[in-house]
Ligand binder design. Structure first.
Ligand SMILES: Cc1cc2nc3c(=O)[nH]c(=O)nc-3n(C[C@H](O)[C@H](O)[C@H](O)COP(=O)(O)O)c2cc1C
Length: 400
C-alpha cells in the first residue's frame, strides 16, 4: 500500500468508529488517506478524530466554495488509487445501486475513475432484506468489489450476518483492489504451519515452524486474485476468517485435506512442516520415571511426494529448510519428489523468523533472493511461480 492514495468514505453506520482504527492501519502500511464522510456519519464519529488520524481535513460538503477549483466531487477520485467505503450503510448501497448523487460522497463515487471497494455494515434484517440483496447484486454487476459483511454479534444485541468484516480480511481485500490480479482464475492450494503428533493423551511432539511464510503466501495469493484454499496446522497467528481455511494439525489430517483438495487446484504450494516421524500410539498417560523414557517413532509418509506423483496436472512447489548443502539438497528433493519448483532456505535463519534469504530452484535455474521479510518473499515467490506456471500452459498449447 506504500504511497497508494485511498479515499476512505465513511457513511452512517454504527460501526463508523472503526474507521478511526482503519485509518491508522492504512497509514501504517504507507497509504495516503483522504477521508470523506456523509452527513449521517458525522452523527457517529467526529470529523476531528478522522482528521487527526489521517492528517488531512475531512471533506463532507460539496457546496464549499473555498476548496480547490470547486470541483472536489469530481477531482477526488482522479487523484486516487481506490475509493473504500467503510462502513457502507444500507442507504448508501441503495444510492450506489441507483446512481444517486445528492451529497459529496455519492458524487465522488458516481464520478469515479478508480476502483471502488465497499464494506457493508448493518443490522442483520437490513442486510437480509431483499431490497439490500437486490442492491448488492446490482452493484456487483457494476464491478463494485464487496468485502464482507460477516456473521456475529451485532451492536443492537442481535446475532447474524451484517457485521463489518474483520480488519485483517478487509486489509486483504483492499490489497486485492489495489493490485493487478495476476493470479486471477488460478486455484491455489497452500499448506502451512507445524503439525503435532500425540505421544499419549497429554503430550505431543511438534516442530518450530511458525507458519509465517505460508500465511504470507496465502494472504498475498488472495490479494493477487487467486482462489486460495489454506490447509493449516499450528501457527503463531491465526489465518484471517474469510479466507477458505481448513485446520489440519496432524500428519493424517494434512494428508486427508491436501489430497481431497488437490484435484480442484492448479497449484499446490507445500509450506507446512509436517512430522516426518509419528510416535507409536499410546492411550492413557505415560507415567513419569526417573530412569527416563525412550520413545519409538515410525516414519510417516511423504505427502508432497505422493501428491505430486498422483496429481500430474498440479503445479507442485515444495519448501526445503536445510542446515547444510542447501542448494544441492534442495535440487535432490526437487527431482525425487517430481516438483516443478522448490524454495530452499537455511533452517536456522528462517524457521520462526520474520525474514529469510531464499533460493528459488527449478530444473533450469537457481535464483538467489537476498534477505527480505516473509511478506516481501511471498510476493517474489508467487510472481515466479506464476511465470513458470504460465510457461507450462504455453508448452501444453504447443503440444496440442
Ligand atoms: C443509532 C443508529 C444506528 C444506525 N446504524 C446503522 C448501521 O449500522 N448500518 C446502516 O446501514 N444504517 C444504520 N443506521 C441508519 C443510517 O444511519 C441511515 O440510514 C442514514 O440515513 C444513512 O445515511 P448515509 O448513507 O448518507 O450515511 C443507523 C441509525 C441510527 C439512528
Amino acid at each position: 500500500m506504500i504511497n497508494k492514495k485511498i479515499i476512505l468514505a465513511v457513511t452512517g453506520s454504527i460501526s463508523a468508529y472503526k474507521a478511526a482504527e482503519l485509518i491508522r492501519l492504512l497509514k501504517k502500511r504507507g497509504a495516503d488517506v483522504q477521508v470523506i464522510m456523509t452527513k449521517s456519519a458525522r452523527e457517529f464519529i467526529s470529523p476531528l478524530t478522522l482528521q487527526g488520524l489521517s492528517g488531512k481535513p475531512v471533506l463532507d460538503n460539496m457546496w464549499e466554495p473555498s476548496k480547490g477549483n470547486g470541483m472536489e466531487h469530481i477531482n477526488q477520485s482522479r487523484k486516487s488509487d481506490l475509493i473504500l467505503v467503510a462502513p457502507a450503510s444500507a442507504n448508501f448501497i441503495a444510492k450506489l445501486a441507483q446512481g444517486l448523487a445528492d451529497d459529496l460522497v455519492s458524487n465522488v463515487c458516481l464520478a469515479r475513475n478508480c476502483p471502488i471497494l465497499i464494506a457493508p455494515s448493518m443490522n442483520k434484517s437490513m442486510w437480509e432484506n431483499p431490497a439490500t440483496q437486490r442492491n448488492i447484486e446490482l452493484i456487483t454487476k457494476d464491478g463494485i468489489a464487496i468485502s464482507g459483511p460477516e456473521n456475529g454479534e451485532q451492536a443492537c444485541g442481535e446475532e447474524g450476518m451484517g457485521r463489518l468484516i474483520n480488519e485483517k480480511m478487509l486489509l486483504l481485500d483492499i490489497n486485492k483492489s489495489l493490485n493487478f490480479p495476476i493470479l486471477k482464475n488460478k486455484n491455489i492450494l497452500i499448506s502451512c504451519g507445524a503439525t503435532f503428533e500425540k505421544i499419549d493423551d497429554a503430550r505431543a511432539i511438534t516442530n518450530l515452524s511458525s507458519g509465517k511464510m505460508g500465511l504470507s503466501i496465502a494472504d498475498e495469493a488472495y490479494a493477487l486474485g487467486a482462489k486460495v484454499t489454506l490447509i493449516y496446522g499450528r501457527t503463531e497467528k491465526v489465518p484471517p476468517s474469510g479466507l477458505n481455511c481448513i485446520y489440519a494439525p496432524s500428519h493424517s489430517l494434512m494428508n486427508k485435506y491436501i489430497k481431497e483438495n488437490a484435484k480442484n487446484n492448479d497449484i499446490f504450494i507445500s509450506v507446512a512442516a509436517i512430522s516426518d516421524f509419528i510416535p507409536n500410539n499410546f492411550s492413557g498417560k505415560l507415567t513419569k520415571k526417573s530412569t527416563g523414557l525412550t520413545l519409538e517413532l515410525q516414519p510417516s509418509t511423504d505427502i508432497l511426494l505422493e501428491t505430486a506423483s498422483e496429481f500430474n496436472d498440479l503445479f507442485c512447489v515444495g519448501f526445503a529448510a536445510e542446515s547444510k548443502n542447501i542448494i544441492k539438497n534442495a535440487q535432490a528433493k526437487l527431482k525425487n519428489k517430481k516438483l516443478k519448483m522448490i524454495v530452499a532456505n537455511c533452517i536456522n535463519e528462517s524457521m520462526g523468523q520474520n525474514s529469510a534469504e531464499i533460493y528459488m530452484i527449478d530444473k533450469n535455474e537457481v535464483i538467489h533472493v537476498p534477505k527480505k521479510t516473509k511478506e516481501e518473499l511471498a510476493l517474489t515467490i508467487l510472481k515466479h511461480i506464476n511465470k513458470l506456471e504460465n510457461k507450462r500452459g504455453i508448452t501444453h498449447e504447443h503440444i496440442n
